[in-house]
Ligand binder design. Sequence first.
Ligand code: SAM
Length: 216
Amino acid sequence: MDFKELREYMVETQLIPRGIKDERVLDAMRKVPRHLFVDEYMQYKAYDDMALPIGEDQTISQPYMVAVMTELLQLKGDERVLEVGTGSGYQAAILAELSKEIFTVERIAVLAKKAEERFRSLGYSNVYVRIGDGTLGWPEESPFNRILVTAGTPRIPLPLIEQLSDGGIIVAPVGDRFSQQLIIIKKSKGALSEQLHTPCVFVPLIGEYGWGRDED
Ligand code: SAM
């Protein structure tokens, strides 16, 4: 299969027609080999318009959702970004193309280790992975200019708001267990503003400031 051609087709048919305009985001989506972030038997579907299973009951998000969340972060290239929910590592690789350093947290160790191997083999030396509860953020590395949550949460975890720098942006899917909406939080001179964006469906964010484990 010509994966480069499939990536171009994905950009032309799934991203541009739905309003993704940031050329840097489109170029990153053209570049990052999404098929290397799924198991081999699933590679033929890697550029389809859907989320795909990555094991452990988790998913790699739909390409459009990755693109829209990335565009909302308004990355210029010099940001330190926290991602909560490493999953396959694909979203972190897209962020790594567009910003300075990515700190990504995953609660499931096998997924975190697989993602770390992918970053190493693809040469992403600006991505740092931690295994743990990402609802607590990564206090030692804070503050962050941008924070992206890639699992559905009932609320924005308080530690993430505290670890966001002034002028920073958080994007997160907030809602109930079955459907959410992307929320954009901006911090300016200590004050927070909130905007609602695209409706979406994500696997749950499980942790101290997300959903409880017994509700898993
Ligand atoms: N960004 C991922 C990618 O590009 O493949 C997709 C993320 S997947 C939709 C959500 C991920 O969040 C899952 O891998 C899940 O294990 C993880 N997760 C859920 N709760 C978490 C938490 N409290 N801390 C860190 N990761 C969490």
